[in-house]
Design a protein around this ligand. Structure first.
Ligand SMILES: Nc1nc(=O)c2c([nH]1)NC[C@@H]1CN(c3ccc(C(=O)N[C@@H](CCC(=O)O)C(=O)O)cc3)CN21
Ligand SMILES: CC(C)C(=O)C(=O)O
Ligand SMILES: [Mg+2]
Length: 263
């Protein structure tokens, strides 16, 4: 039976951790699905790990549609979540709906968009018209040129309060999930306690309702610099399947992320 937004809500309510990984093709989708990855994220990180770009900005909606179609073919049980890429939704709700509809037609079950208060109106429009939304706050890589690099967010009290307000506003607008990227674990914990919808963290500590990593990072095949929150799950594994299994087990058992992977 397919994992749906109500499955994720139930898992969060019962304290069962949600395991998410990025996925870009049908073979990995089938493997992850078998091993018990709950959510497959077709991330715009594919610009970096598949296309060799130095940011996610060059990724097109057509790229995302192609990879979403590939992943959807391989996934049976897992929920398929697709990123709206840079330039495909920032003009407003109408543009966002047009783009999101293409991802849903390619097989996505939910779309993710980056931004807090600025995305409230768009989140409301998409959710009102049948498209489940995952918000994405904290380090939002599509804004790297404004953020001045891939840096920890929410370190000052004022930034932390803003992020908490953003998360609540997205939930109120209808977001089904809120993803938090690279922020102090204490802040992510406080936001998770304040929200009723599930939260997913990357570099946001162990107290989120679920975790996500970029596949190529946890398999240790990405040639770029490794962020603090990345763990090589191939260490001690004898196959790619084993590495992914070990990630799912660690997330479910709350042994990943540990302090050394958190801020
Ligand atoms: N391969 C890959 N993995 C990712 O996690 C990822 C991507 N690509 N592309 C899009 C964004 C960019 N991400 C990144 C990349 C680097 C850091 C990083 O090196 N952060 C520093 C923190 C610096 C500070 O202290 O402010 C670190 O030490 O982790 C963080 C997030 C996360 N996303
Ligand atoms: C890093 C995750 C959260 C993401 O948005 C991506 O892979 O594009
Ligand atoms: Mg992304």
């Amino acid at each position: 039976m397919r994992i749906t937004i109500s499955t994720l809500q139930k898992m969060a309510d019962e304290g069962q951790k949600i395991a998410m990984l990025t996925c870009y093709d049908a073979s990995f989708a089938a493997l992850m699905d078998e091993v018990g990855v709950d959510v497959l994220l077709v991330g715009d990180s594919l610009g970096m790990v598949l296309q060799g770009a130095d940011s996610t900005l060059p990724v097109s909606l057509e790229d995302m549609v192609y990879h979403t179609r590939c992943v959807a073919k391989g996934a049976r049980k897992a929920l398929v979540l697709a990123d709206l890429p840079f330039g495909a939704y920032q003009e407003g709700p109408a543009q966002a709906f047009r783009s999101a509809a293409k991802l849903m037609q390619a097989g996505a079950h939910m779309v993710k968009l980056e931004g807090g208060a600025t995305m409230v109106e768009t989140t409301r429009f998409l959710s009102k018209h049948g498209i489940p939304v995952c918000g994405h706050i904290g380090l939002t890589p599509q804004s790297v040129n404004q953020l001045g690099g891939y840096k920890v967010q929410g370190k000052t009290d004022q930034q932390a309060q803003q992020l908490q307000a953003d998360a609540l506003a997205l939930q109120e607008a209808g977001a089904s999930v809120v993803l938090m990227e690279v922020m102090p674990a204490s802040l992510a914990r406080s936001i998770t306690e304040a929200l009723h919808v599930p939260t997913i963290g990357i570099g946001a500590g162990v107290d989120c309702d679920g975790q996500v990593l970029v596949l190529h990072d946890m398999l240790d095949i990405y040639p770029g610099k490794k962020a603090r929150f990345v763990k090589n799950f191939m260490q001690g594994a004898t196959s790619v399947r084993g590495g992914i299994e070990s990630y799912v087990k660690a997330v479910k058992a709350k042994t990943f992320p540990s302090e050394e992977h958190s801020f």
